[in-house]
Design a protein around this ligand. Structure first.
Ligand code: COA
Ligand code: AMP
Length: 638
């Protein structure tokens, strides 16, 4: 590997040596109502704040700014929905008009700066308008992914305490209509906090029943509302709360502030993704996830790009050429999705035949993130598409990439299996249990030396103590990513696994701890464990092991079905919890810790050595037997 100092090396070094100068310069690209007093406020470690004293409006920066600079007629948002056969385009001027009216309607409902609004909606333009409308009037949005069930929505309602919920009558999953309103009603029944108002977008495929006095039809909500102007908010005020899985059933409310977010995201478009104003950027994700927040909505709009809102899947809507149809039809320059989408495409179209049907000449780079990218998938995509395929690594908490091959700073050689190098602003350290740096190529806990760059979470919603306990305690002076991995001799990082109970299912972050809580609440279950097991398409899927209470004398199959239904009902279909088994005992250490890692290895057919502290090694044979009945380990096919 070359030892020449690259542009990336220089920019990276400057980002850490002169944080004030570096991010102060990046902030010049954002429109401020009031300039900041301090770029980095480090007066209250470990709580660092960016651009204190500054004031701005996020929606102005995402929408109105471009109109003021003469881009009003440019396409801002293209809604492409193969599941409803719809394509709708909004220019920046049209987007501003839609957003301003919803913002006015929110105002009329008494929503103001700092009030929370939950958005529980499918991938429709109104959901994006709603996010921007909240930002316009300084309200804090919290988008909840549509694949979550009532119970998960209720937890978020109780934590965020929204005055108002914006929802829709239904979502569409390929060709199934999924009614959302019963889930919303169920969540409000379960929640202690009751929102004053719910606004429901009635989609023609399923009309929801409205609750008198509480619910409003979307059309009535916006009718006659006066368009609202952008209000000025403090750079450190929250823009949104996005809940993400933690190690327990209680999700963590990641807070994002206005100023640092606008600066970091706008900077990332050119420097990481190599994308300029006027280009077409498509993040094939969902607005319910952080990728959707940052790279469907905010970053491409900050940059003045055209962003694509795609209500469909990589396969089945209608075929594995769906992505290539969208890329060619809308002139997509850069695509960002999860490796799982490519595994699904590769399975149905291994020869890449569908790609050849479309003109992909404008397509430049593919970015993958959300889960570990297996080298086979990366190499397949690169060979078939003939464009660079960039794996990059980040988390809900950071809101933008931690590790990437920063295309805009000059692409570095790709090492499949590695998301390349730390992104400027992130001081990554691979640490051992003793908090000392690990030598190259040795796995440790990946930490980021504080302060985190702008755009990352300043805290958890109403929970500074939880923020400190979850992220800042394990390695003093550092943020714990909860990912384990190593750095090689060239400074490339490799992300190998989580150090907690989080698993990654089809690029969706899920807590096995939350699933265990659901299984444990079944009246017949004495104890249980859920482990993530490698899956050909989804990367990982959860597999449950339960021990029934003494005296339970029912068919295992009946219990398993109830457990599968229970997880679907309490967490949601997104958990993809379909496989469970009743076992006599769970393997444990002598101190009672369940050996989940060993169970995972047995299920995946990877060699393992039972830990010396195991209580009874014979239990591992029983587990292997049960897994064999479930068809594990699977024969490798990728
Ligand atoms: N609303 C309601 N239900 C939803 C949903 C939503 N927004 N999103 C997913 N679901 C449901 C699915 O219909 C499915 O239900 P089922 O169990 O009844 O079949 C279940 O949740 C699991 O969904 P998913 O994990 O997406 O599996 P899938 O088999 O439907 O599709 C892929 C598999 C790989 C095609 C799909 O996961 C995909 O496109 N992934 C792209 C990755 C991505 O967007 N990642 C986000 C981070 S970048
Ligand atoms: P989320 O918060 O849903 O974005 O999930 C974040 C987690 O997904 C990270 O902590 C990693 O465990 C995993 N992840 C995301 N991107 C990558 C990647 N490129 N390589 C390996 N793991 C990744």
């Amino acid at each position: 590997m070359t030892a020449t100092r690259t542009i990336y090396d220089e920019v990276y070094a400057r980002s850490l040596e002169d944080r004030h100068g570096f991010w102060g310069a990046a902030a010049e690209d954002v429109s401020w109502d009031r300039r900041w007093d301090r770029v980095l406020d480090d007066s209250r470690p470990p709580f660092y704040r960016w651009f204190t004293g500054g004031a701005l409006n996020t929606c102005y920066n995402a929408v109105d700014l471009h109109i003021d600079r003469g881009r009003g007629k440019q396409r801002a948002l293209v809604y492409d929905s193969p599941v409803t056969n719809t394509i709708r385009t909004y220019t920046y001027a049209e987007l501003r008009d839609e957003v301003a009216v919803i913002a006015g309607a929110l105002r009329r409902e008494g929503i103001g700066t700092g009030d929370r609004v939950i958005i529980y909606m499918p991938m429709v333009p109104e959901a994006v308008f709603a996010m921007l409308a909240c930002a316009r009037i300084g309200a804090i949005h919290s988008v909840v992914f549509g694949g979550f069930a009532s119970n998960e929505l209720a937890k978020r309602i109780d934590d965020a305490k929204p005055k108002l919920v914006l929802s829709a009558s239904c979502g569409i999953e390929v060709n199934r209509v999924i009614p959302y309103k019963p889930l919303l009603d169920g969540a409000i029944d379960l929640a202690v906090h009751k929102p004053d108002r719910c606004v429901v977008l009635q989609r023609p495929m399923d009309k929801a029943t409205l609750v008198k006095g509480r619910d409003l039809d979307w059309g009535d909500f916006v009718a006659g509302a006066a368009p609202a102007e952008c209000v000025s908010v403090a750079a450190t005020d929250p823009l949104y709360i996005l809940y993400t899985s933690g190690t327990t059933g209680q999700p963590k409310g990641v807070v994002r502030d206005h100023g640092g977010h606008a600066v970091a995201l706008k900077w990332s478009m050119e420097n990481i993704y190599g994308v300029g104003s006027g280009e077409v950027y498509w993040a094939a994700s969902d607005i319910g996830w952080v990728v959707g927040h940052s790279y469907i909505v905010y970053a491409p709009l900050f940059k003045g790009c055209t962003t694509i809102l795609y209500e469909g899947k990589p396969v089945g809507t209608p075929d594995p050429g769906a992505f290539w149809r969208v890329v060619s039809q809308h002139g997509v320059n850069v695509l960002f999705t999860a490796p799982t989408a490519f595994r699904a495409i590769k399975k149905e179209d291994p020869a890449g035949t569908y790609m050849k049907k479309y003109d992909l000449s404008g397509f430049r780079t593919l970015f993958l993130a959300g889960e570990r990218c297996d080298p086979d998938t990366l190499l397949w995509a690169r060979e078939k598409l003939g464009v660079p395929v960039i794996d990059h690594w980040w988390q809900t908490e950071t809101g933008w990439p931690i590790g990437a091959n920063c295309v805009g700073l000059g692409m570095l050689p790709v090492k499949p299996g590695s998301p390349t190098k730390p992104v400027p602003g992130y001081d990554i350290r691979v640490l051992g249990e003793d908090n000392e740096p690990m030598p190259p190529n040795q796995i440790g806990s990946i930490a980021i030396r504080l302060p985190l760059p702008p755009g990352c979470l300043p805290t958890l919603w109403n929970n500074d103590a939880g923020y400190e306990a979850s992220y800042l305690t394990k390695h003093p002076g550092h943020y714990l990513t909860a990912d384990a991995g190593f750095e090689d001799e060239d400074g490339y990082i490799f992300i190998m696994s989580r150090v907690d109970d989080i698993i990654n299912v089809a690029g969706h972050r899920l807590s096995t701890g939350a699933m265990e809580e659901v299984l444990a609440s079944h009246p017949d279950v004495a104890e249980c464990a859920v482990v993530g097991v490698a899956d050909e398409i989804k990367g990982e899927i959860p597999v449950g092991f339960v021990v029934t209470k003494a005296g339970v004398n029912r068919l295992d199959g009946e219990i398993v079905k109830e457990l599968v239904d229970k997880v679907r009902d309490q967490i949601g279909p997104v958990a993809s919890f379909r496989v469970a088994t009743v076992v006599k005992r769970l393997p444990k250490t002598r101190s009672g810790k369940i050996l989940r890692g060993t169970v995972k290895r047995i299920a995946e057919g990877t060699p393992y050595t039972p830990p010396a502290t195991i209580d009874d090694p014979a239990i591992l044979d029983e587990i292997a037997d049960s897994l064999k009945h479930l068809g594990y380990p699977k024969s490798p096919s990728r």
